[in-house]
Design a protein around this ligand. Structure first.
Ligand code: NAD
Length: 438
């Protein structure tokens, strides 16, 4: 079912009507609601995991592993709702007292992608409600199930109309963004759609929060612990069939260890088990849709035609379903399409570079700036790369891990704004300066 413009209008107006009462609740009351929602999500974990596994095609084990993190996000945000806005109050002009007040914005529109449907919904719904906003959530048209289930659960702990869901594609998303009563749009998805969201939002000077595409570089230095790197980077490259905005997809290896790394990495990729997402032994399921399979196949076909070598995979799998083989490409030029654009599939490029300066330059030589990792046993190198990498998250000897306490967001074409952490609550709020003259 797809919402019409009238449905979107109705949902936004209901959310606007629910705003005054919800915005006047105390942080403790909102925290209690979020804790209640966390308990309900925990109690319905299997149901939610099954919905995401069936709709995305992700292995059921991976879908199950996402739920505890989501529950933790909600519990953290319940606490964060009660933490005052940063910034001190005080006297800065004679006889006047300044106070900072964090206020909710009003109705916020939340637009999510298909790769982590439940997680993405919670990353937005949690801080939006913690800050005292009411929300209209539009999940991806491909994966609405867990968002609808989340809203049903939320209805048990929230006042009526505080959280609503509208279904549909980008057109419905645009109707939400263009609605004059929407005060902030928080969008996660592709850079192209994010740019269209920002353009529409600009007409009414509506705030935007954009979490866009990634293309994460992985820098493997000459002194890296290669066993550790391979053991982490293979799951980090192929989790969710590589349909992850932070997937470890662009591996850059120092010449000195390139061949040893590539051998071990390719051997581990060959051991990945592709299969039915419902089977607990499966590491990789199919891609989300036939259109996405065609997109990924196109990237790889063009790379091979341009002279790349598929050390592993390089083709779709001859079996029913939208399966693409786990693929490792070498022999790709720095300016190759497959390096510069986000493939968003089980496709990893491995490139070589001579020394730290060349590795850092290659890592930063893309427009996206979401996440990166560096692999080294030298503290000095770790510090230098952390400072030099132009990405919103930099992992040292790790990849993919996120925590509720720390912000997650991109630079450059990957957007702006923070998910997670107390900063996300600030992002869904406005700050008022009240100056009182005694
Ligand atoms: P997408 O941009 O096609 O769609 C994302 C959402 O936006 C969907 O709900 C879709 O219906 C809606 N939409 C599409 N066009 C729109 C428009 N013009 N106006 C308003 N809404 C519109 O992205 P996708 O294919 O669902 O997801 C994959 C993309 O999401 C990848 O680029 C990935 O990197 C990105 N992503 C980013 C993060 C992050 O945190 N930065 C996390 C997950 C996914």
């Amino acid at each position: 079912m797809t919402a019409t413009t009238a449905h979107v209008d109705d949902a936004v107006r209901r959310a606007a009507a629910a705003f005054p009462a919800w915005s006047r609740t105390t942080p403790a009351e909102r925290a209690a609601a979020l804790l209640g929602l966390a308990d309900l999500v925990e109690a319905h974990a299997e149901d939610l995991a099954q919905l995401d596994s069936a709709e995305v095609g992700k292995p059921i084990t991976a879908a199950r592993e996402e739920v505890p993190g989501v529950v933790d996000n909600l519990r953290f945000l319940a606490g964060a709702a009660r933490v005052p806005a940063t910034g001190a109050s005080g006297t800065f002009a004679p006889g006047r007292r300044s106070t900072l007040v964090r206020e909710p914005l009003g109705v916020v529109g939340l637009i999510t992608p298909w790769n982590y449907p439940l997680l993405e919904a919670v990353w937005k719904v949690g801080p939006a409600l913690a800050a005292g906003n009411t929300a209209v959530l539009k999940p991806s048209e491909l994966t609405p199930g867990s968002s609808l289930r989340l809203a049903e659960l939320a209805a048990q702990v929230l006042p009526r109309d505080v959280l609503q869901v509208v279904l549909g594609d980008g057109e419905v998303g645009q109707a939400l963004v263009a609605h004059p009563l929407v005060r902030l749009v928080s969008f996660t998805g592709s850079t192209e759609a994010g740019s269209a969201v920002a353009a529409t939002a600009a007409r009414d000077v509506t705030r935007v929060h954009l979490e866009l595409g990634g293309n994460a570089p992985v820098v493997v230095c000459a002194d890296a612990d290669l066993d550790d790197a391979v053991a982490t980077l293979v799951p980090a490259g192929y989790l969710n069939a590589g349909q992850d905005c932070t997937a470890a997809c662009r591996v850059l290896v120092d010449d000195a260890v390139h061949d040893a790394f590539l051998d071990a990495y390719a051997a581990a990729v060959r051991r990945l088990r592709v299969g039915d997402p419902a089977d607990e032994r499966t590491d990789l399921g199919p891609l989300v849709s036939e259109a996405h399979l065609a997109r990924v196949t196109g990237f790889v076909d063009r790379a091979l035609a341009d002279g790349a070598e598929a050390v592993v995979g390089g083709h779709r799998l001859e079996r029913p379903g939208w399966f693409f083989a786990p693929t490792v490409l070498t022999g790709v030029a720095a300016d190759a399409e497959v390096v510069r654009r986000e493939v968003f599939g089980p496709v990893v490029t491995v490139q070589r570079a001579a020394g730290d300066d060349a590795l850092l330059a290659a890592a930063n030589d893309v427009e996206q700036g979401l996440a990166a990792s560096v692999w080294t046993t030298s503290l000095r190198r770790a510090e230098a790369f952390s400072a030099g990498l132009d990405f919103g998250t930099v992992w040292v000897n790790d990849h993919l891990t996120t925590v509720s306490e720390m912000p997650f967001g991109g630079f450059g074409a990957s957007g702006y704004g923070a998910e997670l952490s107390t900063r996300s609550v600030d992002d869904y709020s406005r700050v008022k300066h009240v100056m009182t003259r005694a």
